[in-house]
Design a protein around this ligand. Structure first.
Ligand code: ARG
Length: 326
């Protein structure tokens, strides 16, 4: 273990500049994805192919961010949207990583997480007179005790936005020791750096089309016996094609799910089969996450529809929720 990071797209990892050796071709970084236990047999790994380290970064200027391009995408990777305004630069944050659990302690095999409150720039400057208010954000308790630490660098500091979606507000950067009273952790302030991060990600060939924004329809639509119904999801403000791996979360309540054929209809009319009928599957409900791998054949903006067809008589139900992640 060396550093943490968060998936910005399915092929770009957002981490800290001080975690990497500058900009250029770099096949020397191994990213481990999708597991809490770094030794887990179900971990996904990728080598890096290229690194972009913020050229403006220095301890005097802040801006501790870098993008690591992976040799190949991680299909269906869960990506973390970055904060694009300072609206979420307050409150309580979640921090996480495989770094030391105590100052000077060993790296961790299992991911740890903690919650830390926002610390104002003025208070943070008491601890670190040269902290960069414009692009650094601090978090921790006055009495210490909870913090990120060595090996957590590059990992995300997150909170939920007003819609309940996770958003990345910080990148673990530095601190004096760990969890000491009066010395909060200092994080690169993502909202102040987001324009540059997004621009560079576009250059590296991986803009999350909607930045991880979600669109959903939480209204209920009754599924008539041996009939069909669709729940529309209106998507706006996402430029260009849908993501190559579109995440679709569905919640369908039904008393015999084998009756159901489920498709996602794109704005361009293409239908993607999510689930076939199966007369022997007598279980209730379809509560599932699907990845539509060819969704990029459609533009993102427009009305998507989750269509449910009931192929067999007697059981009924309703579409409870559909959520698309762009
Ligand atoms: N620079 C450290 C690293 O490379 C992270 C330190 C975070 N320290 C803190 N007290 N929050 O892993």
């Amino acid at each position: 273990m060396g550093c943490g990071g968060a998936m910005y797209t399915d092929q770009l990892v957002l981490t800290a500049a001080h975690c990497v050796n500058g900009t250029g071709d770099d096949t020397g970084i191994t990213a481990t994805y999708g597991v809490v236990d770094l030794q887990s047999g179900s971990r996904v790994t990728r080598q890096s192919s290229y690194v972009y380290s913020n050229p403006g970064y220095s301890t005097a200027a802040g801006g501790d961010w870098a993008l690591v391009k992976l040799a190949s995408p991680i299909p269906g990777a869960a990506t973390l949207p970055i904060a694009t305004t300072s609206a979420h630069d307050s409150g309580t944050f979640d921090v996480m990583g495989w770094g030391s659990a105590t100052e000077g302690g060993p790296q961790q095999r299992h991911l740890l997480k903690a919650q830390v409150p926002f610390v104002s720039d003025a208070d943070c400057r008491t601890a670190y007179p040269s902290m960069i208010a414009a692009n650094e954000i601090c978090a921790g308790y006055p009495q210490g005790g909870t913090d990120t630490c060595q090996g957590d660098s590059g990992g995300p500091m997150v909170r939920r936005d007003g819609s309940g979606n996770w958003v990345q507000v910080g990148i673990v950067s530095y601190g004096l020791g760990c969890a000491r009273p009066g010395y909060p952790g200092v994080y690169a302030q993502v909202s102040a750096l987001s324009t540059a991060i997004a621009a560079q990600a576009a250059v590296l060939g991986g803009t999350p089309p909607g930045g991880g924004r979600t669109y959903e329809n939480t209204a209920d639509y009754a599924i008539p016996d041996r009939g069909a119904v669709s729940s529309p999801v209106a998507v706006s403000g996402v430029a260009g094609a849908a993501p190559s791996a579109l995440r679709v979360d569905v919640d369908i309540r039904h008393t015999y799910r084998g009756d159901l054929v489920v498709d996602l209809l794109a704005p361009n009319g293409v239908a993607f089969r999510l689930k076939n009928a199966s007369s022997s599957d007598s279980a209730d409900n379809v509560i599932a996450t699907y990845t539509v791998n060819a969704a990029a054949v459609s533009v993102a903006t427009g009305t998507w529809q989750l269509r449910v067809q009931d192929m067999y008589a007697s059981d009924t139900g309703y579409i409870s929720n559909v959520k698309l992640t762009f």
